[in-house]
Design a protein around this ligand. Structure first.
Ligand code: CMC
Length: 429
């Protein structure tokens, strides 16, 4: 295949190098475009055709439905690894040895205290506040309590910031939920594994022993792994771009949480359950909602369907659908919205509108059904996604800083007014 691309512009022909990724992905390097054309830029709203960086973390083939972290298939990782191992893999590039994993776990646990004054900030939020807004604010606030994590000029400082946030984020997640539910705040138990400790922090009641259900533990571990990274999505790009100004890790993550909140991104897991509930309340007529989703005059979209990159099955959705069946079966729960979800999927898979546009269930379509069965409130679902995505954001931020990437600063084509002289207020009509 060609190793150069050519552009004819204003009567001149310009040459650009073609670069190839390790899985034969092709990119045209247009670094010199402005200088050789006298200022022309590319215009690509939504970055549908634009690569923002080279990255060695996650490989995604949306046509074939392939997702790999550092070369390992998502199917194998979900089956054989635990979340902490996957976090290490994403952040440091290789699966940890037993010693490395032990040290990583101990370093994280030793930083899992949160300054007591953070509770005062949490208390100032109304109970009805959306947990994603609370979590984003608390993550940003951590910067003030851990100033050494802001300016990370050495790899050691970077490591310290990373283990700190991996230790403190589950605390913030559980406190956000417990505050909402009126439960006393809990620090969990650092003698437990990362996900066991998370469950303890979230669900333990002050007046009874908390026994971890292995089925829920396994499903939660899997869900967190499946959400752990997804290359240059909206929130990850946000983390990289905020971090590129050398704002600290916690500030970059706080921005990433805000980006993830939106219903077109991570907020879809909450929106899916709300949609399925609404369909159930309306008599369960899936055909009616399929018609609404296809009607261009109706703003309704089938939440949990479609993806910018996957034009085939989202491999994460397959695993989560199976896990949903297992969890509900094991817990003896019959959730009618699981049947509605399966019905919608069946109809979409044979519907011309969805087939033509290659719209398949995405990661968010079945995840909320599992979270709900676990007893997690609906508006906490995207918070759970946040915790899963944390290692990916960290890995991407670290890669961006170590590669000394320049500050992210896109350009624009100005379409506003041309120069006009100022008119004094008294002369304006
Ligand atoms: N329901 C109905 N029609 C849809 C849907 C949907 N869920 N998604 C896309 N389409 C249609 C869209 O109207 C457009 O049709 P046309 O070509 O006739 O104008 C076509 O499919 C292409 O859609 P698009 O909006 O141009 O595609 P995009 O790549 O910009 O958007 C998306 C991707 C995920 C934002 C979109 O599919 C969507 O809004 N899905 C619902 C929200 C959702 O589930 N989001 C979670 C995404 S996965 C997890 C994550 O990112 O966090």
């Amino acid at each position: 295949m060609a190793d150069k691309a050519y552009l004819e512009f204003d009567g001149e022909r310009h040459e650009f190098p073609v670069i190839r990724g390790s899985e034969d992905e092709v990119g045209i390097n247009i670094k010199t475009l402005r200088s050789v054309t006298g200022g022309a830029i590319t215009l690509d709203p939504g970055f549908k055709n634009t690569g923002a960086c080279e990255s060695g973390i996650t490989f995604l083939d949306g046509e074939k439905g392939i997702l790999r972290y550092r070369g390992y298939s998502i199917e194998e990782l979900a089956e054989k690894a635990d979340f902490l191992e996957v976090a290490y893999l994403l952040i440091f590039g290789n699966l940890p040895t037993k010693e490395e994993l032990k040290k990583f776990g101990i370093d994280i646990a030793s930083h899992s205290m949160v300054d007591e004054d953070v509770k005062k900030i949490l208390d100032a939020f109304p109970k009805a506040a959306h947990p994603m807004g609370v979590l984003s604010s608390l993550t940003s606030a951590l910067t003030a309590f851990n100033p050494s994590s802001v300016d990370v000029s050495s790899e050691e400082a970077m490591y310290n910031a990373i283990v700190r946030i991996l230790g403190k984020m589950p605390v913030l997640v559980s406190w956000t939920m417990r505050k909402k539910m009126g439960l006393p705040l809990d620090y969990g138990d650092t003698s437990l594994g990362y996900v066991e400790n998370l469950m303890t922090k979230m669900f333990r009641k002050p007046n009874e022993e908390y026994v971890i259900n292995p089925v829920i533990l396994n499903a939660l571990d899997k869900l967190l792994i499946l959400h752990a990274d997804h290359e240059q999505n909206c929130s990850t790009s946000t983390v990289r771009i905020v971090g590129s100004s050398h704002a600290g890790l916690f500030a970059s993550l706080s921005a990433g949480i805000s980006a993830l909140w939106g219903p077109l991104h991570g907020g879809a897991n909450q929106a899916v359950i709300e949609m399925l509930e609404a369909i159930k309340e309306d008599g369960g007529d899936t055909k009616k909602y399929m018609a609404k989703a296809k009607d261009k005059n109706d703003p309704f979209r089938l939440m949990g369907f479609g993806h910018r990159v996957y034009k085939n099955f989202d491999p994460r959705a397959r695993i989560i659908k199976e896990a949903a069946d297992e969890v509900l079966h094991d817990l003896g729960i019959e959730d009618p919205i699981l049947d509605i979800a399966k019905g919608l999927e069946q109809e979409a898979l044979s519907d011309e509108y969805f087939v033509k546009r290659k719209l398949y269930p995405n990661v968010d379509f079945y995840s909320g059904i599992i979270y709900r069965a676990m007893g997690i409130p609906i508006d906490m679902f995207t918070v759970m996604f946040t915790l899963g995505r944390l290692p990916g954001w960290i890995a991407q931020w670290k890669e961006m800083r170590l590669r000394k990437e320049p500050i992210g600063r896109p350009r624009q084509i100005y379409t506003g007014e041309n120069f006009r002289p100022f008119v004094a207020l008294k002369d304006r009509t």
